[in-house]
Design a protein around this ligand. Structure first.
Ligand SMILES: Cc1cc2nc3c(=O)[nH]c(=O)nc-3n(C[C@H](O)[C@H](O)[C@H](O)COP(=O)(O)OP(=O)(O)OC[C@H]3O[C@@H](n4cnc5c(N)ncnc54)[C@H](O)[C@@H]3O)c2cc1C
Length: 396
């Protein structure tokens, strides 16, 4: 039983099916939440490698476009430097940027095409292990299900995480909000396969230009205190735009024109991460993806790690006899890596919230850092992140 039809859930469905099991995916919403929320994301080369292990990388490569580096600017318009978004794989594949709806929809369709059943309107409310083995879950609609294994792919507010450990920590607010969109702006130059990111005086802003000329952007309005979800939900489109205009108008660059050229409604959400979850599994329940370790969106790695988790879990279940021992092995293979990525993502997030003094230091130091980060030595230092490889899942 897999809870959640996001990236982790659909890829786990595909991987477990390929490994010879009979997974069923249960999703709380009528359609996957990913189809309704969010704008776009990057799938890094390590995420594409994991999807390739189950031959599910095609939807990303077909609907996405290559984005292989980021150019950074200060709010005054000074170019601070560039960093690569991972290496180019031997077949020419690079990190891709893709609409969230296309990523989730593509993986969802692939799971269905491979015969993975996905049941909607099934919000898990509780789960308990059965004395004779296996797990029973209860759904909000009054129904229940039983299976040998519960895979919690139910996102950052995971109910599976709490079923495994009622004292499990919840998400941590990163000090930033997030808002983004797709804009038509005539005078923004094409960037090739690059992002431009501006460390503005009041707000971090990033964008890229798709091959058909649409500007894909995001902004991170900072707020020391977490803004209540009800407050953010009640903001009108006009209020969001007014807030962004106030934050972005003090910087040079196209940010305010890009926001003004966005035809659809804008919504601010809080950004969270989830650094250390002490218990990832019990005897027959396990969490994967954001349910186990949400990385800050600043890392651009959440979807990629979710795919790595899902495929690694299938390997462990195939290779290690007995579910409890397989879950042990899954944690052994994954924990150190994902916690290193979470820590790296958190450091990127905090750098976005600098005050005036820290900003001045940052703008002086960053060019030196970036000059070094494009070097072969710097690329080699990041190989732990991007060169991670998962072997193809054997067909069971
Ligand atoms: C603004 C923003 C930008 C981001 N940018 C990037 C990026 O550029 N690159 C990147 O790799 N990552 C990015 N991420 C992170 C990425 O979106 C997540 O890490 C990734 O989607 C995790 O997938 P998941 O399947 O674990 O969780 P989710 O995508 O959250 O899926 C969980 C699913 O479980 C369902 N569910 C929840 N509770 C229950 C329940 N009780 N019962 C049944 N079903 C349930 C939900 O409806 C949902 O469909 C970003 C995140 C945000 C918020």
């Amino acid at each position: 039983m897999i809870m959640g039809a996001g990236v982790a859930g659909t890829v786990a469905g595909i991987a477990l099916k390929q490994a010879g099991y009979d997974p069923v995916v249960y999703e709380a919403y009528d359609a996957s939440a990913g189809l309704a929320h969010g704008v776009y994301l990057t799938v890094a080369v390590n995420g594409l490698d994991a999807l390739r292990a189950v031959d599910a990388h095609h939807p990303v490569l077909a609907a996405g476009f290559p984005t292989n580096s980021i150019d950074f600017f200060s709010g005054t318009g000074r170019r601070l430097g560039a960093i690569p978004l991972g290496p180019v794989l031997s077949d020419g594949t690079t990190t891709n940027t893709i609409r969230r709806a296309d990523l989730y929809g593509g993986l969802y369709d692939e799971a269905v095409r491979r015969g993975v059943p996905i049941e909607h309107g099934k919000r898990m409310t509780s789960a308990r292990e059965l004395p004779g083995g296996g797990v029973r879950v209860e759904f909000a609609d009054g129904t229940h299900a039983e299976g040998d294994l519960l895979v919690g792919a139910d996102g950052i507010h995971s109910a599976t995480r709490t079923a495994i450990d009622p004292a499990a920590p919840g998400p941590r607010y990163t000090g930033l909000g997030n808002v983004g969109g797709f804009a038509q702006v005539d005078d923004v130059a094409a960037l090739g396969a690059r992002y431009a990111m501006i460390w503005g005086k009041r707000c971090f802003f990033g964008y890229t230009v798709s091959p058909d000329g649409e500007v894909w952007w995001f902004a991170n309005p900072p707020s020391r205190a977490e803004r209540p979800r009800t407050e953010l939900g009640a903001m009108t489109d006009a209020q969001v735009r007014a807030e962004l205009a106030e934050l972005l108008s003090v910087d040079r660059g196209p940010a305010t024109r890009i926001v003004a050229g966005t035809p659809h409604e804008l919504r601010i959400t809080n950004q969270y991460d989830l650094p250390t979850v002490p218990r990832w599994h019990s005897r027959s329940m396990v969490v994967i993806g954001d349910a186990a370790h949400a990385v800050s969106p600043a890392s651009g790695q959440g979807a990629s790690l979710a795919a790595e988790d899902a495929v690694t879990l299938a390997h462990c279940l195939r290779e290690v006899p007995g579910v409890p021992a397989a879950l042990e092995e899954y944690e052994r293979r994954r924990r150190a890596r994902v916690e290193r990525v979470v820590a790296w993502g958190a450091s990127m997030s905090s750098a976005k919230q600098a005050g005036p003094v820290a900003r001045a230091v940052r703008d002086m130091v960053l060019p030196l850092v970036f000059r070094r980060s494009g070097s072969p030595e710097a690329m080699a230092r990041m190989s732990w992140l991007f060169d991670h490889h998962v072997a193809p899942v054997p067909v069971g």
